[in-house]
Design a protein around this ligand. Structure first.
Ligand SMILES: C[S@@+](CC[C@H](N)C(=O)[O-])C[C@H]1O[C@@H](n2cnc3c(N)ncnc32)[C@H](O)[C@@H]1O
Length: 225
């Protein structure tokens, strides 16, 4: 039984010819793709040979039959730009941006940054990629996931998406839909700021913390979008 995080990632994957799981570690999402015949070929990659071994063991039968191959590599190096769908999950947002910058914007992508999701959104929008899904979910802690496609997949003449600063920070879908998990995340952030404000602070820190709290409260109430 996969964790809720892995199940959420799997729910965002769809049938394609070719799939790549970059930074696969255990390889569960690729197992899901192959077991459900959602791709004709999958590539699992990891920068760490030890981590890649876990996926190779899990997917041994698929590798033997030739529908799965493994690659010990940094980011997208050696991964075909023609890959239909690329998953990059469980890494920092800065690492994900570096991987995309040094590689390419995949035709279709599912990205799950552990932090700095705003930097991933910013880079995608700067690259004229299209962000399709962009939401927070809870599985013991709060995670962000961002899906979409490259500019060429969407259509070169399509208008670029314009995000507000708040959408860039939290994700457009969160701001527009205001679902329970996102509001839970905001409430947790509000509680953290209130706990800090209850301690003795110098004037500057107190003022900054109050500003951050007011901003979060504005997003929570829907006044700031
Ligand atoms: C926390 S695990 C996440 C595994 C899986 N993707 C998931 O979401 O559960 C992060 C994995 O990314 C790999 N990794 C980190 N930086 C990488 C890079 N630049 N290129 C490829 N793999 C990388 C690590 O070795 C590790 O196996």
């Amino acid at each position: 039984m996969y964790s809720k995080r892995i199940q959420t990632l799997c729910s965002l994957l769809f049938p394609v010819q070719t799939f790549a799981d970059v930074g696969c570690d255990h390889g569960y999402c690729t197992e899901y793709m192959l077991k459900n015949a959602l791709c004709a070929h999958a590539t699992v990659t990891d920068v760490s040979a030890d981590c890649l071994k876990k996926a190779e063991l899990l997917l041994a039968d698929f590798m033997t039959s030739g529908v799965c191959s493994s690659l010990c590599t940094d980011g997208l190096q050696g991964v075909s730009e023609n890959t239909d769908l690329v998953l990059i999950a469980g890494m920092g947002g800065i690492e994900i941006v570096n991987i995309l910058r040094q590689g390419f914007i995949p035709k279709h992508f599912v990205l799950q940054p552990m932090r700095d999701s705003d930097k991933v959104r910013k880079y995608l929008l700067e690259s004229a990629a299209y962000i399709q899904r962009d939401f927070t979910f809870f599985d013991g802690k709060y995670y962000d996931v961002i899906t979409g496609c490259s500019q060429s997949e969407r259509g070169l003449n399509e208008k670029r998406q314009q995000y507000t600063p708040c959408e860039l920070q939290f994700g457009r879908e969160n701001i527009r839909e205001r679902r329970e998990d996102f509001l839970g995340f905001l409430q947790e952030e509000i509680n953290k700021k209130q706990n800090i404000l209850a301690r003795p602070l110098n004037d500057t820190t107190h003022r900054e913390m109050q500003e951050k709290l007011r901003y979060l409260q504005g997003v929570f109430s829907g006044e700031i979008e």
